[in-house]
Design a protein around this ligand. Sequence first.
Ligand code: PRP
Ligand code: URA
Length: 207
Amino acid sequence: MSDITILDHPLITHKLAILRDETTSAQMFKSTLETLTCVMSYHVFAHLRQNRVRIQTPLEEMETYQLASQPVIASILRAGNGMADALFAIIQDASMAHIGMQRDEVTHEPIFYYEKYPEDLASRQVILVDPMLATGGSAIEAARRLKEKGVSDILFTCLVAAPEGVSAFHAAHPDIPIITAALDRELNETCYILPGLGDAGDRIYNT
Ligand code: PRP
Ligand code: URA
């Protein structure tokens, strides 16, 4: 599989184990998901456009790097919001976009219900976030809507991906890199990721 970064690190495995554990409370789940996203932001940041700039320290001038432009963090509702809020706290001048997708419980196809974007979306780099990449339907459709709006530079980041979702996403959007904390084994008959962590939205919001 090309263009996928799987973040293999003991800290990430440790935090993921808390998310995977069915006894973890909603409050602990949400705060751990945010911490894990902060850890992952180190890798996300490396994909953002940088400019070489000169700054003045209290002692002398020096050359360094700054973000070339502020990205848009696009959250696939609902579960994407946990990751998006954590990234937003780190990339403070970023903008947020919201894309409402709900998987149909029978067909597992994504149903689109809401969207809100900054006006200058088309010219900006977009970090698309959703903790789960299962069949890939939701992320594929969200990326398609971003491209329809004129966006040409997208990065997708998730916490747990299934091989089926990764293949489908790469087939639909070969230009979009994926960063994931884990690549799990497979989907079950109801298209949940195994071993996975269950329904991310339900676990964050205790529904
Ligand atoms: C979950 C998850 C993804 C989607 C992944 O959302 O957050 O958006 O399923 O599945 P897919 O790759 O097969 O499309 P869900 O539809 O449960 O909505 P929610 O976040 O509102 O709970
Ligand atoms: N959505 C989730 O939240 N979890 C899965 O395992 C699959 C889809």
